[in-house]
Write a protein that binds this ligand. Sequence first.
Ligand SMILES: [Zn+2]
Length: 632
Amino acid sequence: MNEFKPVQFVDVALEGQFWRERLETVLTRTIPSQHVQLGKHGILQSLTLPNPPPLSSPRNQHNFVQMFWDSDAGKWIEAASYALSHRPEADIEARIEKIVDDLENAQAPDGYLNCWYLQREPDKRWTNLRDNHELYNLGHLLEGGIAYFLATGRRRLLDILERYVDHVRKTFGPNPGQKHGYCGHQEIELALVKLYRLTGEKKHLDLAAYFINERGRQPHYFDQEAAARGERPRDCWAKRYEYNQSHRPVREQTKVVGHAVRAMYMFSAMADLAAELNDDSLKKACEVLWADVMTSKIYITSGLGPAAANEGFTEGHDLPNDTAYAETCASVALIFWAHRMLHLDLDGRYADVMEQALFNGALTGLSRDGEHYFYSNPLDSDGRHSRWAWHICPCCTMNSSRLIASVGGYFVSASEDAIAFHLYGGISTNIRLATGNVFLRETSAYPSFGSIRIEVSPDAPAEFTVKLRIPGWAHEAEASVGGYPVDVTACTRNGYLSISRLWNAGDTIALELPMSPERIYAHPSVKQDIGRVALKRGPLVYCVEEVDNPGGRVQRLKLPRDARIETVERGDLFDGVVTLTASAQRVEDQGWGDSLYRNAPPIASDCRLTALPYYLWNNRAKGSMQVWLLES
Ligand SMILES: [Zn+2]
């Protein structure tokens, strides 16, 4: 366990152009428009008891989704509260207060508060934890209530939810008469840890630990619960308990399996509990699972879970590109997990993955206009894949907004005598060390360029350490303090360059992270990527899109092994972006005729290939896209 704690997003000012633009878009467009969509789709009305909105159709699929609507309201409150932390807005606050009114009105006298069950099936509470997300819903509401309290000091929602948590604590636990269960969709555990950190009340941490420790034990709770419903356990629609990671106790799990978002939320909670309880067995389990994901189950974009059938994982090295599910929520949740692992061990490997997931897996989920969303994130599209204005299961939409609205919280951590920078992109913050306050301003055009300046200004001269992450992709990084070079190789350990000295106001660190375009190849066991190459520059994965490469589907492009990859600054695109170009070839069908097969290969014509960062694709015209290019 390490001594570093994250600096909270409210204490970090985003000053760089890249994140200012994303944050402004989320604050001014995404969060307000999400509230409109929640109203348009009946989600806000579903909280207004006793008048349930009509059931959606077709019944079987959409009714199922409707059971999760409390969570969507909770996630919106969380994102909207982060917006309020950035700047008060009476309209947003009034919208949250209306939801709080509805929840207060809906809450049962015993504290129970699940709008679906209260309206539709009041006698069936807690009868199907495996499928019906009651505790998951509470988790997201609770995260929303905590964020709202922190933003405004208003605690009515928090009080409502603490009453509900008390009810849950009476209902679940090891004692006779209590249910020995846990939620099929992990999430409540994360929220309870947050509640513990807010209140200091250990009972919340204990309940989170109970849910994690109970998971997967025999006799299996979901078997007993199914039998009590008069069902055969094996009739579970997901067929296997791997789906929700309850196939064995969490400390015995060595391979990541099942639904990707559930897995990432659970691993995040395990890392939280490992930190809070100093539990080495949970930390070890996280490390083993981390290794499994990173060595065989993560896309280059940090998408997770190739299969739509279980919204999750299959075997190792099974990473199809065109059918990749890679749910946006899973990449967002990977950021949560990586951030927590980073605070168990300050190791740049975790920050590398956090950054990779942020720029490539998560940002892709939200359109440039801030009002369209990817649920799945393929790495190869024939042009039919496009962002939605809304999704019948809108989980990803508010995972994007709550992440971006709080992204400042991922940049810096501090201990008593050290400051660690994980991400760059233009921030300022004040950090209180044992020696006093330090003002820091990091200035850069990251992720487009790797020249970084950091002003370190203690209120009074003081000795402490500044640690700078040297990303795994950065070869031959250079650094200096006040113009005097620092030996980066000698002073870097576990991915962080440490500079310990007596700091004076106005001292400046210069860090140069070279960002040459790189060719990346996949392990030969990834059959879909054999003979293919991906392009990367700095933290950004690139793709080719038809709008930049006219002449038909981009799947016909071939990049010669020896072609020089050049960078081009395009001030005209998306407020400025660096594209990559290279001489390439396009396979033609000219003169081929009608026959499906023939002896002679097709001709290939010379062309110029243009690639842009993957997170920006599908923001201009519809068209084909590819990350892994044929290499000739
Ligand atoms: Zn999702």
